[in-house]
Design a protein around this ligand. Structure first.
Ligand code: CP
Length: 366
């Protein structure tokens, strides 16, 4: 008997996200922000300049914001828990005079009725002018950007809305990194040669990944305090080149660094596989040796700073809060102006230009 031919499709082709990850190249208008790899040093400075202007508007008791985006609508879809990112992006849109709806979790979505995630993204794009998205999956916001771009190309949507990545699995958290960099720039007035000691799960912590990419772009040096269980990914080792030092000595790194950047153990990603469980156990043990408290930060130079994207757990003891080197709360507050800058620029508007017009109009007021 003849064996029937099996028509195998083979492994699925990897999805090409490059079409939705255009370089920002000085003009974010209409583009997605999915990865720090889209940015140059000039692009990062553009967001920072805008964030300074946003901060001046927000902190002016007569203004509290700037009416730049009236009738503009945002959907912020957080498929993973969040206290800071979703809230600050929503606040940023309101401070720009637009509207924003924060959707936390998908419990009330039509996915419960069997709708695909792709169809959900097109539905959100049909309701809004810009989307902020967090997913458990790596490259979830990139997938959203792709299906939205396709729906636009097929004339199903009248506009293709920019997608802002608010954290995708273990991959990246670019708006966090831009806020972190804004915080460092406010402190030191430059990036070149700033020494940043980074501690935590370099393999799975997405905020570390985006920060390291930004550091490579801006000329900061990274001292990675590593656990054998969670080393700096190979692509970032390559990208950082000579700018990366790897060590196990946290205290030595703290004596030398301008910035100590901590991150919690993202153990929600630990799967059920035996090897993964063993790896996770080793990492948890190393985290115990990395607890930073008031006593420990006394080793750091007086003019150094400590950052943590939060939420924090045991790795950053609350006793540190009284030390002037702690800039983690300021770092959190800086996320609203930087996210105002991102929203405005990706929608083709400039807060800096609005400030010039505002100042000129004030001069004209008798
Ligand atoms: N830093 C950060 O992403 O915090 P949330 O998870 O609370 O948004």
């Amino acid at each position: 008997m003849k064996t029937p031919e099996i028509n195998t499709l083979g492994p699925p082709e990897p999805i090409d996200y490059s079409v939705v990850m255009e370089p920002i190249n000085g003009d974010p208008t209409g583009k997605n922000l999915l990865s720090m790899r889209q940015l140059s040093a000039e692009d990062i400075h553009l967001y920072i300049e805008e964030a300074y202007a946003a901060e001046r508007f927000v902190q002016d008791p007569k203004q509290r914001g700037v009416a730049l985006l009236s009738n503009v609508e945002m959907r912020v879809v957080m498929r993973q828990p969040s206290t800071r990112t979703g809230g600050s992006l929503t606040a940023a849109m309101h401070k720009l005079g637009g509207s924003a709806v924060l959707i936390s979790g998908m419990g009330s979505s039509s996915e419960a009725k069997g709708e695909s995630i792709e169809d959900s993204w097109v539905a959100f794009a049909a309701q809004a002018d810009i989307l902020g998205i967090r997913t458990e999956e790596d490259r979830g916001p990139a997938l959203a950007a792709r299906v939205i771009a396709q729906a636009f190309e097929q004339d199903q949507l009248w506009q293709s809305v920019p997608v802002i990545n608010l954290g995708d699995g273990k991959n990246e958290h670019p708006t966090q990194a831009l806020g972190d960099e804004f915080t460092i720039y406010k402190q030191f007035g430059q990036f070149a040669g700033v020494e940043v000691a980074m501690v935590g799960d370099h393999e799975r912590y997405r905020a570390h990944h985006s920060f390291m990419i930004g550091a490579a772009i801006l000329g900061m040096n990274i001292i990675a305090v590593e656990s054998k269980a969670a080393v700096v990914p190979e692509d970032l080792v390559e990208l950082l080149g000579d700018r990366l030092t790897r060590t196990k000595d946290l205290d030595g790194a703290m004596r030398y660094a301008n910035v100590l950047y901590l991150g919690r153990n993202p153990d929600e990603y630990t799967g059920v596989k035996k090897a993964e469980a063993a790896r996770s156990k080793k990492l948890a043990k190393d985290y115990k040796g990395w607890v930073v408290d008031y006593q420990r930060i006394q080793k750091m130079p007086r003019d150094s700073i400590v950052l943590h994207p939060r939420p924090r757990r045991d790795e950053l003891h609350p006793s540190v809060d009284i030390d002037p080197r702690m800039k983690d709360v300021e770092q959190m507050a800086n996320m609203t102006p930087i996210r105002m800058a991102i929203i405005a620029r990706h929608l083709g508007r400039s807060i800096k230009e609005a400030e010039i017009i505002h100042k000129d109009s004030e001069k004209l007021t008798p």
